[in-house]
Structures are given as structure tokens and as C-alpha cells.
Ligand binder design. Structure first.
Ligand code: ADP
Ligand code: MG
Length: 322
């Protein structure tokens, strides 16, 4: 069944809960927001395109969740508190059941973090979703990519490689089944942005990035921007349990380093604040571990395994234009 653009906006996007700092949300030419005093606005956008970022048969609930999650993950990596989002959605047709599930995934996550949808755009065309997320951070406390210091310890939250394992299944490269498949798909479709970890790292981490392209490539971004290099000890990588169980050690390392879409945080901490990490991250309930150190250099990330240089025969990560 097809329905008009305005009917569709009214039915699916207007009804969500509204934060009290939203003066005017959906329905006018633009949204009006009262940002808090003594805070900086943190803004990010990510687009998901069918055939590039997801397959056509992706469960719509997963797409709704993921479109928001990848943006909240960017805010988390800045140490920001997410508050307001816009959603630009291009749909081939208005399939009501599909949209219901999409909204379920989107709004469940939005409500969990008290994020309000304040506007957007709805058009017809090949399926594509663009979310812009706005957050706030106390003046001067954002965690950037370019403030890593030589000597900082390199940490990651959670575990790595699980999302890439699911992708191997979806691409028909490795067949998974049962609970293994379920858990891997869950990692792939429903990433949890590390929002609380991001808050906890303010004042403790010198630099931070979220792992969307794979740890190897994303840590390299920190190194390039911070004017240093890194030593990465691959035997210390926190492998996803399913990856550990179902991949040989070489493949497991590859997925953890280059797989991407884990949406964990990679951050660097100076010796002086290292001791405060346990307390700072305890209330986020997320496991974290040290995998290396920043060293002098020009943006390289040197891989080691048990103290010896380690080589991988593959590209560092996924790059749309390479
Ligand atoms: P305009 O023509 O002024 O851009 P639109 O007709 O595109 O207005 O949108 C009407 C209202 O609905 C606006 O407030 C807009 O922000 C909101 N809106 C449109 N699409 C979406 C969407 N997918 N999600 C949330 N709000 C939307
Ligand atoms: Mg418009």
C-alpha cells in the first residue's frame, strides 16, 4: 500500500517522545533547540546506502537501529552526550510493515539514550538512510583524534571481529549456524554505541576514535592526526568469543584488525591517568583492555605478535574509493 509523504511522516516519525530542550520539533520548516550553557555542540552525519553498506534483505529493524547507532558511536568517540537527531530517508516505496520495523529499531535506541528525532526529509528513490546526530560536551572536554601523546597506552573497549564474522556468513564465505550465527548477526546488525564509556573517558583519554573501519586503520587515523606511530600487540586483541571459537588464529587476528563495523572505542591514555580508568569505565559496564602504545613516528601502526614483527597479507581496511 502506498501513502503520501505527509501522511507517512505523521504516522511514523511525529509521535516519538520529545526532550524538554526541544522548543519546536517535527512539523515546521526547521527545528528549534535550546542548547545548554557552557557546552559545545558536537555534530556528525553518516549515510547507509543499499548495496554498499547493507544488503537489500537486511531486517528493517536492524537498519533502523544501525543507522542511528553508527552516528551515536561517533558522538561517543568524542565523549559527547547525544541529544537530537535528524533522519533523511529515501525509500523505493512506502511499505508500511517495513517502516514499522525500521522505526521500532530506530526509536528503541533513541529512547534508550533520551535522543529526540527533531526533523528530517522523506523522499522516493533507491533505499538510503542519512542520520545527523547532535550532542553536547562541556566546554573544552571533547576527546579528539589529534591529542594522542607518545607514550600513551592504547586501549579498546569490548571485543573485535564479531561483526566481520557475520559478514563472512552473509557473503557466503563461511557458513555459520545456530547460536553462533545468532550472536554474530546480533553483533553485525545491532551494534551498541559506547556512549557511557565515552563520557567516562573525558579528562582521562588523550585521544579516541570509534572502530568502524577496523582497529588497524582507525588507530592509524589517531596516529596520523596526533603526529606519532603505534605499536599494536596482536596477541592482546580482545577477540569476539565466536571469532575465537570458529576461526583459526590468523583469520581471527585479521577480522579483529581489519574487519570493521565493531563500533567499539579505541582510545589512548597517558601513564598518569591510567590508574583512573577502572573507576571511570566501571559504570559503563564495558570491558576494556590495553593492546599497545603510541611511539615516535609518522602515522604507522606496527603490528607485533609475542614481541616479533607480524605481517598480514591483506589490505588494511575497507575504503569506498580505493
Ligand atoms: P520542507 O518542505 O519544509 O522541507 P518537509 O515536507 O520535507 O518540509 O517536512 C515536513 C516536516 O517533517 C519537517 O519538520 C521535517 O523536518 C519533518 N520530516 C520530514 N521527513 C522526516 C523524517 N523522515 N523524519 C523526521 N522528520 C521528518
Ligand atoms: Mg524537506
Amino acid at each position: 500500500m502506498l501513502m503520501g509523504e505527509f501522511e507517512l511522516i505523521e504516522r511514523f516519525f511525529c509521535s516519538s517522545a520529545k526532550r524538554s530542550d526541544v522548543v519546536l520539533g517535527i512539523g515546521d520548516d526547521a527545528a528549534l533547540i535550546n542548547p545548554p550553557e557552557h557546552h559545545q555542540l558536537v555534530v556528525t552525519t553518516d549515510t547507509l546506502v543499499e548495496g554498499i553498506h547493507f544488503f537489500a534483505d537486511i531486517p528493517p529493524k536492524a537498519l533502523g537501529h544501525k543507522a542511528l547507532a553508527v552516528n551515536l558511536s561517533d558522538l561517543a568517540a568524542m565523549g559527547a552526550e547525544p541529544r537530537w537527531v535528524t533522519l533523511a530517508i529515501t525509500l523505493p516505496s512506502a511499505r508500511l510493515e517495513w517502516l514499522e520495523h525500521f522505526c521500532q529499531g530506530f526509536f528503541e535506541l533513541a529512547e534508550y539514550y533520551n535522543v529526540t528525532l527533531v526533523g528530517g526529509d522523506t523522499t522516493r528513490g533507491p533505499l538510503s538512510i542519512t542520520v545527523t546526530a547532535h550532542g553536547v560536551v562541556p566546554d573544552g572536554q571533547a576527546i579528539r583524534r589529534d591529542q594522542g601523546q607518545i607514550g600513551d597506552w592504547v586501549y579498546v573497549t569490548g571485543s573485535l571481529g564479531g561483526s566481520a564474522l557475520a559478514l563472512r556468513h552473509l557473503q557466503g564465505i563461511q557458513k555459520l549456524s545456530g547460536l553462533t550465527l545468532e550472536q554474530a548477526l546480533n553483533r553485525h546488525y545491532f551494534p551498541h554505541p559506547r556512549v557511557l564509556s565515552g563520557y567516562g573517558l573525558r579528562g582521562i583519554a588523550n585521544s579516541c576514535i570509534d572502530i568502524s573501519d577496523g582497529l588497524w586503520a582507525d588507530l592509524q587515523h589517531i596516529c596520523e592526526r596526533s603526529g606519532c606511530a603505534a605499536r599494536l600487540n596482536t596477541e592482546l586483541l580482545p577477540l569476539d568469543p565466536q571469532v575465537k571459537e570458529h576461526c583459526d588464529p590468523t583469520l581471527a587476528t585479521e577480522l579483529a584488525l581489519c574487519g570493521g563495523e565493531d563500533y567499539e572505542l579505541c582510545f589512548t591514555v597517558p601513564e598518569a591517568t591510567k590508574g583512573a580508568l577502572d573507576v571511570a569505565l566501571s559504570y559503563s559496564g564495558i570491558h576494556f583492555c590495553c593492546v599497545g602504545q603510541l611511539i615516535p613516528g609518522n602515522g604507522q601502526v606496527h603490528l607485533f605478535r609475542d614481541g616479533e614483527p607480524y605481517h598480514l597479507n591483506r589490505n588494511q581496511s575497507w575504503d569506498h574509493f580505493s
